[in-house]
Ligand binder design. Sequence first.
Ligand code: ADP
Length: 295
Amino acid sequence: KVVVVGSANLDLGVGVPHLPRPGETVLGSDVVASPGGKGANQAVAAHRLGADTLLVAALGADRFGVDLRTALEREGLPLEQVVTRDGAATGIALIVVDATGENTIVVAPGANAHLDGAALTGLPALLGPGDVVVLQLEIPLETCVAAARHARRAGARVLLNAAPLPPAGSGALSELLREVDVLVVNEGEAQQLGGDATALRHRGPAACVITLGARGAISADPTGTRTHPPFRVDAVDTTGAGDSFCGALAAALAAGSDLDQAVRRGCAAGALATTRMGAQSAMPTATELDLLLAA
Ligand code: ADP
């Protein structure tokens, strides 16, 4: 089983001829609303690939929360562990993209910031050996630490996608890294954390994967460091590539794959996500993934 404890947002995207300067108003395209948030994205990715997947997340008691719940329901994801927080707003990401593809993003975490230990009380009964608990950093760090401890106590593995990174010097992040089995970061995050895959392993995780965009990925575990070639695709929108990678990695690990096999599936899933617009809508199915892997 894959249990994702993380964020759910509504992404509101708008295209503009150029990004507004402070004080400037620019006219944009029609707004496109789509379900997002790294937690929900990764849960959808794992679920589409056939993994028995559960999402633990918090929505606000507003229209957007209802819309997100409906969208996730349509995916077929079990939502018993998705709570609605009275008095909180649903998390929103305001995404502005200019003609060159450059963007600015404002995330209003809303209910995601209120996903606390109380939301995890159902977790221990749901977890067992072989399960993979997937975390990102769009919910409070303390909640991630608590979820990781629940996971380890149950004999489950902890996969952390350390994104977005908090400001440098976060003691809570160091604490979390000591509870992590598999760390996944992109190149920028690895740099910010100050190390290559081998150095990052010394912060706690037995295995570390660094994703390199169109160049594939690098992994390090006790058996050594390996490079994983990319799958060649015609990329149209890289949104969600990292989330697709993490969902696929978790699904493969939960199914018993070793790290190398799982990273290969992650690379294929990440590549496929770039061939379609959007985040959740771009996540590949198991059939699509197997086709690319067999090509
Ligand atoms: P993030 O979206 O978190 O920055 P990356 O850009 O590193 O993550 O992408 C995650 C994974 O998706 C990469 O390791 C790679 O395997 C795959 N991927 C991303 N962009 C491309 C691309 N243009 N072509 C092929 N594979 C890609």
